[in-house]
Design a protein around this ligand. Structure first.
Ligand SMILES: NC(=O)c1ccc[n+]([C@@H]2O[C@H](COP(=O)([O-])OP(=O)(O)OC[C@H]3O[C@@H](n4cnc5c(N)ncnc54)[C@H](O)[C@@H]3O)[C@@H](O)[C@H]2O)c1
Ligand SMILES: [Zn+2]
Ligand SMILES: [Zn+2]
Length: 365
């Protein structure tokens, strides 16, 4: 057991509290990672603001990279000193969904997650929850060996961390979720970290037009840098009419990367008949969608969802790292700022600004 510093959420809508916590020893299949960098993701904010419920106290943070510090007795693929990023969706590798390549829907999740003792405790012994079994806003975390990927030497940890969430989510939604065909047209609603990765995925997939939609002109300007060929400010006028004006038709594919019923309905409305809308944004718990049924039977539109890149995180993260090494996946550009750990609350405030794609925390500074 070791003591380390973590940013703990003790009440919703309150700042994270930097404090010492107690980290358990690694179980046989676990690895203790010294966390170097964590990207601030909107999903963390959902827990912090209560739009997605969680038990408290909790350590959020999940877009994680770091260095292996200690390994459990049965860990064979990682050694102290290895640089790693998180492959966040735990999976057993053996159930019917895992065998079908759909490990984000592992059927033995509960079993995989079970642990004899809480991983994190307060210094007086009370259990602390961890977002996604990670709790990355802690200078040390425990992760299963199978939930980590070794990062190639020339991929810096402060950009590599983006691969763990927003990049695999966005690019995975394009390749594994919607399966965008070359030459097709794509619309992306919401151009934050996830949306920027979707735009890059669409560019890599060979889309002939990529329409970026956001409420913030600075995000739209950045979107062009990631590969958007057209932009629409969703706060000004009729988005569907504007997209038709720009493309001469609806889009073949649309992606929702905001997380609301309204933008989900817009994603379907933006499609041409037979098009596919893919929901990626996480809407507040209990949200229901309202979409005209005729879009589906007369126009044969399709509506799908995508979670954490829809499948094979370990494999995909390595491929994405190679695309970065080749200059085809822009990650440095996505990291607007690296901030010290004690400025984490200011970082979440700054996320609201359109000048930010991703803010990354350096937990060791
Ligand atoms: N499905 C998954 O696996 C998965 C993974 C990670 C994040 N998410 C979710 O994806 C969503 C986006 O995450 P992020 O980290 O990129 O967030 P972000 O805060 O970085 O970006 C959100 C963007 O949406 C824009 N926006 C807000 N309202 C809009 C509207 N009405 N129309 C157009 N644009 C609008 C904002 O200006 C901003 O640019 C969140 O809901 C997050 O929880 C889902
Ligand atoms: Zn995330
Ligand atoms: Zn499984």
């Amino acid at each position: 057991m070791i003591d380390t510093q973590a940013a703990v959420l003790t009440a919703v809508n309150e700042p994270l509290e930097l404090t010492d916590i107690r980290v358990d020893d690694p179980e046989p299949h676990e690895v203790r990672v010294e966390v170097t960098n964590v990207g601030l993701c909107h999903s963390d904010l959902h827990y912090m603001t209560g739009t997605v419920p969680t038990d408290l106290p909790v350590v959020v943070g999940h877009e994680v990279a770091g260095v292996v510090e200690a390994v459990g007795a049965q860990v064979s693929g990682l050694r102290p000193g290895d640089r790693v990023v998180g492959a966040l969706t735990p999976s057993c590798g053996r159930c019917t969904n895992c065998e079908a390549g759909r490990s984000t829907q592992c059927r033995r999740l509960e079993e995989v997650r079970r642990r004899p003792r809480p991983a994190f405790r307060t210094t007086d012994g009370r259990p602390i929850e961890r977002l996604g079994d990670i709790g990355a806003f802690s200078q040390h975390v425990l992760m299963r060996e199978t939930a980590l990927v070794r990062l190639p030497d020339d991929v810096p940890l402060h950009v590599g961390c983006l691969l763990a969430c927003c990049v695999i989510t966005g690019v995975g939604a394009v390749f594994r979720g919607a399966q965008v065909r070359p030459g097709s047209t794509v619309a992306v609603i919401g151009c934050g970290g996830v949306g920027s990765a979707i735009i890059q995925g669409a560019r890599l997939a060979g889309a002939s037009a990529i329409v970026a939609i956001d409420l913030d002109d600075a995000r739209l300007k950045a979107a062009r840098g990631y590969g958007a060929t057209h932009v629409i400010n969703g706060g000004e006028g009729d988005v569907v009419a504007e997209l038709h004006r720009q493309l001469g038709d609806g889009a073949d594919y649309s992606f929702e990367a905001v997380g609301s019923a309204r933008t989900a309905a817009t994603a379907v409305a933006l499609l041409r008949p037979t098009g596919t809308a893919c929901l990626v944004g996480i809407a507040p718990g209990g949200t229901e969608l309202s979409i005209p049924a005729s879009d589906f039977f007369f126009e044969e539109k399709r509506l799908i969802g995508s979670y954490m890149g829809s499948g094979q995180a370990r494999q995909d993260i390595l491929q994405l790292a190679r695309l970065y090494q080749q200059g085809r996946l822009l990650l440095d550009e996505m990291v607007t700022r690296v901030i010290p750990f004690d400025e984490i609350n200011e970082g979440f405030e700054a996320m609201k600004s359109g000048d930010v794609t991703r803010i990354v925390v350096d937990l060791q500074s």
